[in-house]
Structure formats: structure tokens, C-alpha cells
Design a protein around this ligand. Structure first.
Ligand SMILES: [Zn+2]
Length: 246
């Protein structure tokens, strides 16, 4: 039997870890969760892992070239997606690409928040402290990946505008809406006249969850926000140079 010392030697590791991650998130952040399907797939991959052996070189197995990394790999190492008729990207490249695309989306949502805060002359807003990974956190974990109003899941359209437009942006003063809903939201003068009390309560709950998730940030805020200097405290270089770049 061969020990798998190197994670990259088993081509299904990224998918397996991705499934573990999804199950973990479901169990932590949702009340009613059905993880059976995830576990079925995990079991299949786990059995494959147990049976897995590195192929002897020179052995003839059906293979093809990945159009991204240009490496020739066996068919089993290619990502099969439902809406694609031919298989062309290996699993390794497929997961790398998936992560990169998502990061871009969260980065652009963050830029929208920052642009809006700058327009409102709020240089001390949390918008300039959080990073794209925090935005991913807020969208996925707090708002479950969809608009609070229309439930639209199109990441490219989602925004995180202020909830109370007269207060600075923070993870606990924002709401997940589409771009169009954001425009309408900002036109509202009295929210309780437009939004359903249930909806307002739901948003309030999300804000509480957000305060918990970002409790360190919340503690920093209480202490330093009044001075307007708090973002300089304990910030790493990357973040302060980010601030200059925007
Ligand atoms: Zn590849």
C-alpha cells in the first residue's frame, strides 16, 4: 500500500475539501440542513481515495490535454460540469479558476461599497478596513448568498449598501440587495413605511449575527471610531497601502 504524502497526488482532494467546507458551513450557519447529498458524494470520493494508486508511468490509460495547464492527464482528473458538452479543464485548474472568479466578484462588491462611502465623505468607514474575504463572509454567511428582497443569487448583481443610509457603512449596517434594489433602497426616506415589519426584523437578526462574526472589528469600533484614527491601530501594511490606493 502506498501512503499519500502529497495532497496533490490525489486529483479529487480539492473537490473533497470543497464538500467538507460546504457541509461545515451548512451545519454552522443554517437551521434546517440537508447534508445527505454532500455526504454521498464525500463517500464516493473517500472510497476512491482508499482505492487510489498512482499510475505507473508508461501505462496506457485514456488521457487528454488540459487546455489551461497544457498537461496531459487521465480522463478521471478532468472536471465534468453539467452544462458543458466536452471536458477540457483538469480538476486542479478548474478549482483554481473557480476561486479566482469568485474573488473578483467580491472585490468588485467591496469597491462599490468603498466608492459609495467616499461619495458620502466617510473616510473612517469600515468599508476601508474589510477585505474581499470579509465581503465573501458577509454575503455567504450572513445573507446566505442572495438578495434579502428578491432572493436573487446572481453574484454579479449583488451589492451591500448601507441599511440605514445616514449611518456609516459597517458589516452590521448593510443589506444584501441587487444593484437595482440598492438604487430603490437609497430613495426610501422612512423604511418602516415601505418595508414589511418581518423584513425589518430579519435584517436586524442578520445584523446581530454580523456583529457576532465580526466581534473583533466591533470591539475596535467602540474604542476608536470616535477619534477617527482607529483604522491605523493594529493594521498591517497591506491594509494601509490599500487605503492609499483607493
Ligand atoms: Zn489543468
Amino acid at each position: 500500500m502506498e501512503l499519500l504524502m502529497d495532497e496533490t497526488s490525489f486529483p479529487n482532494f480539492p473537490e473533497l475539501f470543497d464538500l467538507f467546507d460546504r457541509e461545515k458551513n451548512l451545519l454552522i450557519y443554517t437551521k434546517s440542513c440537508d447534508v445527505e447529498i454532500l455526504r454521498k458524494r464525500q463517500n464516493i470520493l473517500f472510497f476512491e481515495l482508499i482505492k487510489f494508486q498512482k499510475r505507473e508511468q508508461g501505462e496506457k490509460i485514456p488521457s487528454r490535454m488540459c487546455i489551461v495547464c497544457k498537461k496531459v492527464k487521465p480522463f478521471a482528473q478532468f472536471a465534468i460540469r453539467t452544462r458543458q458538452s466536452h471536458v477540457d479543464t483538469c480538476k486542479h485548474c478548474y478549482y483554481l479558476k473557480l476561486v479566482a472568479t469568485e474573488n473578483n466578484v467580491y472585490q468588485s462588491i467591496l469597491r462599490c461599497i468603498q466608492r459609495d462611502e467616499r461619495k458620502r465623505k466617510c473616510a473612517t468607514s469600515f468599508a476601508f478596513v474589510i477585505q474581499q474575504d470579509d465581503v465573501r463572509h458577509i454575503i455567504d454567511k450572513i445573507w446566505h448568498g442572495h438578495s434579502a428582497l428578491s432572493k436573487s443569487e446572481n453574484l454579479n448583481e449583488l451589492r451591500l449598501p448601507r441599511w440605514n443610509k445616514s449611518d456609516d457603512w459597517s458589516p452590521w449596517n448593510c443589506v444584501c440587495l441587487t444593484e437595482r434594489e440598492t438604487r430603490d433602497h437609497y430613495k426610501i426616506e422612512q423604511m418602516d413605511k415601505v418595508y414589511d415589519p418581518k423584513f425589518i426584523l430579519h435584517v436586524g437578526n442578520c445584523h446581530m449575527l454580523s456583529r457576532n462574526l465580526f466581534h473583533t472589528l466591533a470591539a475596535v469600533a467602540t474604542e476608536f471610531q470616535e477619534t477617527g484614527q482607529w483604522w491605523k491601530v493594529g493594521m498591517n501594511k497591506q491594509r494601509s497601502s490599500d487605503l492609499n490606493a483607493i
